[in-house]
Structure formats: structure tokens, C-alpha cells
Ligand binder design. Structure first.
Ligand SMILES: [Mg+2]
Length: 226
């Protein structure tokens, strides 16, 4: 018997990766127009390197980029990059199909809904508000608040405590096998993988450990499980 359903945000409720790439390229174009002496492809490779190095939640990628190119930070270029990135990102922010109808369905069935997300608290709330989803969730627990990221069990435990739920009666829905699925299973929750597929090695591991994970292509398929 399940009474609480937890969701990851990025690439689970909406398409993060697709629009982030477009927004980064648009940001670099505006910086190139204003004097960044690089081709777009070359600039994108450098930006990707900086993101991989510093993590996607670091907020000074463009500062580092101008410093690497010019030997010092260029405030005008940094501001242009940041503004263009945010404008394009929010213009393109779209939910995956069936996200809202699935949340309404789950609410209607009486489940309590929460979010467990690796990210900065205000940024994650901002996404939920812009997507029109903030009223659906009782609790939004982030890695910033927990002090650790998924798959660390502390963030799952914090979310369960805040919602007053037991792990055995809760399910986690997310797109990353290690962070969302293994993190949840390790605290005793069940787990549903969405927008992603199990690799052979992951399928074998689950079989060996006698663990069950549902895999769905789209949030609309939740209705077949919950
Ligand atoms: Mg995700």
C-alpha cells in the first residue's frame, strides 16, 4: 500500500536537458556578438567543460569562461550570457506530456505528493512555480537543504520525515537510475524509472538483488501502476 509519491524535477517533470542546450548556445551567440572571440561550436565545448568541472548548479560558468578566454572576467559579456540564458530557458520551459493530468490523477486517488531534487532550493521552487506545479506538492526537499545529494539516504529520509511518511509506503519517480532509483530503494522506498531505460548491467543488478523497479516511458503510464 502506497500513500506518498515523490518526484524528481529535472528531466522527470519537464525537459531540462533539451532546453538547457539551446539556452546555452543562445547565450554564447550573444556573447560572441559582443566580442567573445570564438566560434559557437568552440565556445560551446569550452562551456561544457566548465559545467562538467564546476557542476550544473554552480552559478558563475560565464565568469569562468571569460576568464579562461581573456585572462580576466568581462562583466558585460557575463551579464549578456546570463540574461540570454535565463530568457531563453524560461521561454522554452515546457512540461512533458501528461505531467499535469498524472498529478491530478494521483491527487484524486488521495496520494500525498512531494519532490526530492538535487539543486538549489529557490531555483527549484522557481521552476515549479513557472511550470504551474507548485500547488501539487506538500514538500519540496532539495540537496541544498539536506546538505547531501541523491542518492545519499539522508535526503530521502528528510523528505519522508517532513511528509510524515514511511519509506515502505512511499514511491520515488525519477529519470536517473543511481540518484533516484537506487537512492530510493536503499531507504526502503519503491521506485519508478521514467524517461530513461535500464541498462543491461542495471537490470542484472536488480535481478541479482531481487529488487523490483517499474519502468515507464511517460508519466501518463503511472495510472497503470498507482
Ligand atoms: Mg532528473
Amino acid at each position: 500500500m502506497i500513500d506518498a509519491v515523490f518526484f524528481d524535477i529535472d528531466d522527470t517533470l519537464y525537459d531540462t536537458s533539451g532546453f538547457a542546450k539551446l539556452a546555452r548556445k543562445a547565450a554564447l551567440n550573444s556573447m560572441i556578438d559582443a566580442g567573445l572571440p570564438m566560434e559557437q561550436d568552440e565556445a560551446y565545448i569550452l562551456l561544457r567543460e566548465i559545467i562538467d568541472e564546476k557542476g550544473s548548479n554552480y552559478d558563475k560558468h560565464f565568469n569562468v569562461l571569460t576568464k579562461r578566454v581573456f585572462g580576466e572576467e568581462k562583466p558585460l559579456l557575463i551579464a549578456l550570457g546570463m540574461i540570454t540564458y535565463h530568457n531563453v530557458k524560461f521561454a522554452l520551459l515546457r512540461l512533458f506530456p501528461n505531467t499535469v493530468s498524472s498529478l491530478i490523477y494521483l491527487k484524486g486517488k488521495g496520494y500525498t505528493l512531494g519532490v526530492i531534487s538535487n539543486g538549489i532550493t529557490i531555483k527549484q521552487w522557481e521552476k515549479l512555480i513557472r511550470l504551474g506545479l507548485h500547488h501539487f506538492f506538500e514538500e519540496v526537499v532539495t540537496s541544498q537543504e539536506a546538505g547531501v545529494e541523491k542518492p545519499n539516504e539522508k535526503i530521502f529520509q528528510l523528505a519522508l520525515d517532513r511528509m510524515g511518511c514511511e519509506a515502505e509506503r512511499s514511491v520515488m519517480i525519477g529519470n536517473k537510475f543511481n540518484e533516484d532509483i537506487m537512492g530510493a530503494l536503499n531507504v526502503g522506498m519503491s521506485a519508478i524509472l521514467v524517461n530513461s531505460e535500464l541498462k543491461d548491467s542495471e537490470r542484472e543488478y536488480l535481478k541479482k538483488e531481487n529488487l523490483n523497479v517499474e519502468v515507464i516511458k511517460d508519466l501518463g503510464e503511472i495510472k497503470n501502476i498507482l
